[in-house]
Design a protein around this ligand. Structure first.
Ligand code: ZN
Length: 453
């Protein structure tokens, strides 16, 4: 069973910002844990602090029941005072709870959301964002390990907020809006206080809104349902969901820039439970960038007899075997791998222009019709590699002869200079497979380790 943890600065934040999604997850069999950070002891109208704390806690338990939240963890901080609390102490609580409950997904305010005027929200968001990585460190809070806990990392961070410029995911909660509104209405004291704030502001303006005042002491549902349904309709529209659907917006974060790499290179653990599918993150393999007609133009019919390569791509021939076996290379160059069987007799022609590696490379710009690393970069690297190998443009070499030349002339340091991080870096070299390919090449041609050049 997967666990979702919602970290709610105040009792009502969970229902208001992600109540639909929590109810949906609970229905799908998730164990939903709520962490309530403050005591909400000030959030009411006309009650004592003691009465406020008691009523808000009772109402939270009712709302949690409606949403299917299985467990509530109370941290008991004084409400609306987190601005003065220690962020590191607050973070330690979240680290502890991550290690204890091991949630797959955590929900809270976006630490980078905009127009957030509540310091409790901001401090909780910041502390959760830090707890996310601190919980992995075995030197942070080793006292937790005495209880049998271990370093742990949450997989998914579901950030919500008042204004999310980077929202990347809309969870369709159309079937859960009823429960969300019911849960929000359960927070009667807190909602009354919200209405009262508008009542006071309207009064300063010199006006009143009878519907609002009636809702304060009567049925809140029509007003709250209107507000939350409008909001959820807007989210669904913005994300292109079918007309009439309702959704909650999130900035859903997993591996960031490494998402694509991990999608391609990772393999399932034998004992793992199946991970939920996230259409906005689990990108399906891109549809082929080229039509069949274009592919015929890009790949010559005699590709198994003759390949045209620009100067610096001659280096790739030293690691063809490793590159063609690499899942990441195959993801980018599937068409090339499928069509080319590099036999020792394939002729390699050295050319000035772009070659079959370029068109599917991530550095290739279709709009500009060129490599985004720039002409100068390409020409300087081509010239340097050809000079190093003693080849000229226009020259034709058998693949096996070229590979022998590469084994003899290209040392590990040469390869690092031509392809490693630096002015000529190659993203496939960074996978670490090319140096291995060259080692094998030197063995094959009986060249001593390190080459002779
Ligand atoms: Zn709040």
């Amino acid at each position: 069973m997967l666990t979702a943890m919602v970290i709610s600065p105040h009792a009502d934040d969970a229902a208001a910002f992600c109540g639909g999604t929590l109810a949906k997850f609970a229905d799908q069999g998730w164990h939903v844990v709520m962490v309530r950070v403050t005591d909400d002891s000030k959030d009411s109208v006309g009650l004592t602090v003691e009465e406020t704390r008691r009523r808000n806690t009772e109402e939270l338990h009712r709302a949690a029941e409606i949403l299917g939240i299985a467990e509530i963890v109370e941290l008991g901080y004084e409400t609306d005072c987190l601005a003065d609390a220690s962020e590191v102490a607050l973070r330690e609580r979240f680290v502890y709870l991550f290690r204890k409950y091991r949630p797959y997904a955590v929900f809270t305010f976006d630490p980078f959301g905009l127009y957030e005027g509540n310091m409790d929200h901001i401090r909780v968001a910041q502390a959760v964002e830090e707890a996310f990585w601190v919980s992995c460190f075995d030197l942070h809070h080793p006292e937790h390990f005495a209880e049998g806990l271990e370093p742990f990392s949450v997989c998914e961070r579901w950030y919500f907020g008042r204004h999310l410029p980077e929202a990347n995911h809309a969870e369709d909660v159309s079937e859960y809006m009823e429960r969300k509104v019911e849960a929000v209405c359960a927070h009667r004291q807190m909602m009354r206080n919200t209405f009262n704030q508008y009542r006071l502001q309207l009064r300063t303006w010199g006006r009143r809104m009878p519907w609002l005042e009636e809702a304060m002491d009567g049925d809140m549902r029509p007003l709250l349902a209107l507000f939350f349904q409008e909001q959820a309709n807007g989210v669904a529209r913005a994300f292109g969901l079918p007309e009439g659907r309702m959704a909650e917006a999130f900035r859903l974060v997993r591996f960031g820039d490494l998402e694509e790499l991990f999608q391609t290179m990772s393999e399932p653990l034998p004992d793992a439970q199946p991970a939920p599918v996230r259409p906005t993150l689990d990108r399906p393999p891109e549809s082929p960038r080229w039509s069949a007609e274009q592919l015929e133009q890009i790949f010559p019919v005699d590709i198994d007899q003759r390949i045209r390569l620009m100067g610096h791509h001659h280096l790739c021939a030293g690691a063809f075997e490793e590159l063609f076996a690499s899942p990441l290379f195959r993801a980018g160059y599937g068409e090339l791998v499928a069509r080319l069987q590099p036999s020792p007799d394939v002729l390699i022609e050295s050319i000035y222009g772009y070659d079959i590696f370029c068109y599917q490379c991530s550095y290739w710009s279709e709009e500009e019709g060129r490599c985004v690393t720039g002409w100068q970069n390409k020409i300087s690297k081509d010239a340097a590699v050809l000079a190093h190998l003693g080849l000229r443009t226009g020259q034709v070499t058998r693949l096996e002869d070229l590979q022998r030349l590469l084994a003899e002339r290209v040392t590990p340091a040469d390869l690092e200079r031509f392809c490693g991080p630096g002015e000529w870096k190659c993203e496939f070299y960074l996978l670490g497979i090319c140096q291995r390919g060259y080692e094998r090449l030197r063995e094959r041609f009986g060249v001593s380790q390190g080459g002779e050049g």
